[in-house]
Write a protein that binds this ligand. Structure first.
Ligand SMILES: Cc1cc2nc3c(=O)[nH]c(=O)nc-3n(C[C@H](O)[C@H](O)[C@H](O)COP(=O)(O)OP(=O)(O)OC[C@H]3O[C@@H](n4cnc5c(N)ncnc54)[C@H](O)[C@@H]3O)c2cc1C
Length: 569
């Protein structure tokens, strides 16, 4: 780990009996996935020579939601076919009206230029016999989903960021943002192998650390066997909250519907190409649309599950197209999985089950509150990708707002005065770290605690929800906080798990508060209250924003912004 322009750590950690490696950068990116890598790359494109550092919890070469490649850019407004206005209508319908127009509009408007830029990297977007991009029906209106065939997408992205000079700091998890008079000043990271802390002074910080994938347990009962990238544990949500930004959409608890025992993507790939979703009686419950998760959930609650995807009616050429995507671009392991289960799509259907719940601004609505400039309420702090609440923005949003954040950060760096690190904030974090790391006589296994906590989240915080369950959750939340003080930590890796579990718990508390606050049902199974079963637009066509002050959470209603209006941060 390099330390350029380091701070005098002996002053910063006075009384802590600990040396803290320090580094200084201009723009710190926390999370080296889709949004983080493109932001680093774009910032260096705008201003070559800028010091751009990326804290990445895993390894930048393969960390994040793009495990390898991806089969589609889910939102592209192709001129002459669709446009940003049409996208706004689609996304409003798909998000129960809880959408700030500005960010979604900006994303759609910049999406075609993004596609063209990606073509410049060498990414393939297949075309039909007339030379038109192949598009698919993913949204309720307009074919915005644009087929992509690029098994090396993550590698391309990383290579471009690094070749421009971005400095990755792998295996370092951002745990705390540092502020100076309310503006961002840097962050503290934790090495997830050694448990060592590192301080990074930075005038601008982008949080790009993904959603909360490990929110409830998946059916497989594997702690990390979740659909979204398992390293994403809501760290960014919590860091932002503590620094003074708001989070929103935390009551939108969504559930993945996945291949039995295998958390791999498949539903959208099959259904957009003609696959049918059937209940166990053979009734078609979805065809030609992808997002009717409610119809699929109903099949289960009414005893018509498990459900199946049928492809056997499709021509051979279509089945091969699906196999090509699943077995190469997405995850090659898919091929071995289906061979092992003896499933040939020409003859057998694919069994699907609802599995874990998660919080995410990419597929859902949960995330740090941002405006169309990717700004949060904290000057100098930006958020992009699944950690930010731009309704169902997917990969397009991660890329577009990664770039937007880079543009904003570069001009902020030019115009705003320097910030400084305050020793009391550092000492507070170092103190907590050393109490956790050095304590003896503790006996709770962090994995057991995580498992139990995620089970309770599933019992109390997801649909059907009601005030009684939210009240009961408070007891469990307090219990888990106490348990966290008794976790045995014998190495740096276990220590990082303590931070992760604490962040999942904090996100669960936000979800409980927001879920209890929103006294209506909305978004089907994502927020169904048995005590308030109706949607109530008169009172609840608004965001629920959670903020933290002196460690306490509060919820408030915030207006949905129209085009041309500022998003209230
Ligand atoms: C299986 C799957 C298939 C998908 N398919 C499509 C598709 O076909 N089309 C589409 O448009 N969208 C798709 N999406 C959505 C899209 O991939 C995501 O919206 C997007 O990649 C999110 O990017 P991100 O940078 O926010 O998060 P990620 O790419 O997940 O990156 C987050 C990174 O942050 C790191 N991190 C987490 N916490 C910390 C911390 N505290 N400190 C440092 N680093 C941290 C993680 O290790 C990770 O590398 C898919 C998503 C999944 C999961």
């Amino acid at each position: 780990m390099s330390a350029r322009g380091g701070l005098p750590h002996d002053i910063l950690c006075k009384g802590m009996n600990m040396t803290l490696p320090t580094m200084e950068t201009d723009f710190l990116v926390i999370g080296g996935g889709s949004a983080g890598c493109i932001a680093a790359m774009h910032a260096l494109q705008i201003q070559p020579g800028l010091r751009v550092t990326i804290f990445e919890k895993s390894d930048i070469t393969y960390g994040g939601s793009i495990a390898r490649g991806m089969d589609a850019l889910n939102i592209v407004a192709i001129p002459g076919r669709t446009d940003a206005q049409m996208y706004l209508e689609a996304i409003r319908a798909m998000s129960g009206g809880i959408v700030d127009a500005g960010p979604s509009y900006v994303m759609a408007e910049r999406s075609y230029a993004l596609l063209k830029e990606m073509e410049g990297w060498g990414v393939t977007f297949p075309t039909d016999e007339n030379g038109q991009y192949k598009t698919l029906r993913y949204h309720v209106k307009g074919e915005f989903q644009t087929a992509m065939d690029e098994p090396e997408l993550k590698a391309m992205l990383v290579q471009r960021a690094l070749s421009r000079g971005a400095r990755p700091v792998n295996r370092v998890m951002g745990i705390r943002l540092l502020t100076d008079g309310g503006r961002i000043a840097g962050a503290i990271g934790l090495n997830v192998r050694t448990g060592q802390l590192v301080l990074c002074k930075a005038k601008a910080v982008l949080i790009a650390s993904g959603g909360v994938s490990r929110f409830t347990m998946p059916n497989s009962e594997y702690l990390y066997g979740v659909y979204d990238y398992p390293g994403n544990t809501g760290d960014g949500f919590v860091m932002a909250l503590k620094a003074g930004a708001g989070v929103t959409g935390m009551e939108y608890t969504q559930r993945a519907m996945l291949i039995k025992d295998s958390n791999m993507p498949l539903l959208a790939i099959c259904v957009t190409r003609g696959g049918k979703v059937l209940d166990c009686e053979g009734n078609v419950i979805m065809q030609g649309e992808v997002n009717n998760i409610n119809a699929m959930n109903e099949a289960f609650t009414q005893g018509r599950g498990p459900i199946h995807i049928q492809l056997s009616h499709l021509p051979e050429e279509k089945i091969r197209e699906i196999e090509h995507i699943l077995f190469s671009t997405e995850r090659p392991v898919n091929e071995r999985f289906f061979a092992g289960r003896r499933i040939d799509f020409r003859r057998q259907d694919i069994e699907l089950w609802p599995t874990e719940f998660y919080l995410c601004g990419g597929h859902g609505l949960a995330g740090i509150r941002v405006n169309e400039r990717a700004e949060t309420a904290v000057p100098g702090l930006y958020a992009a990708g699944d950690v930010a609440s731009v309704a169902k923005q997917h990969l397009t949003g991660a890329f577009v707002f990664g770039e937007v954040a880079a543009e904003q950060a570069v001009s902020y760096l030019r115009e705003e005065p320097d910030t400084r690190i305050h020793a009391d904030q550092v000492e507070e974090e170092v103190g907590l770290h050393s109490r956790r790391f050095t304590a003896k006589g503790r006996d709770i296994d962090i994995h057991d605690l995580e498992r139990k906590m995620r089970r309770m989240v599933a019992d109390y915080l997801v649909s059907p929800k009601n005030a009684h369950k939210f009240e009961l959750w408070k007891y469990w939340s307090g219990t888990f906080r106490e348990d966290l003080r008794h976790v045995a930590v014998t190495n740096g890796h276990e220590l990082s798990k303590v931070y992760e579990v604490e962040n999942i718990l904090q996100c669960a508390d936000c979800s409980a508060l927001a879920g209890d606050f929103r006294k209506e049902s909305r978004w089907g199974e994502c927020h169904r209250r048995s005590d308030y079963p109706q949607r109530d637009d008169a009172n609840w066509l608004c965001h629920v924003v959670i903020k933290m002050k002196e460690g306490r959470l509060s919820a408030e209603k915030t207006r949905i912004s129209e085009l041309g209006e500022e998003v209230a941060l």
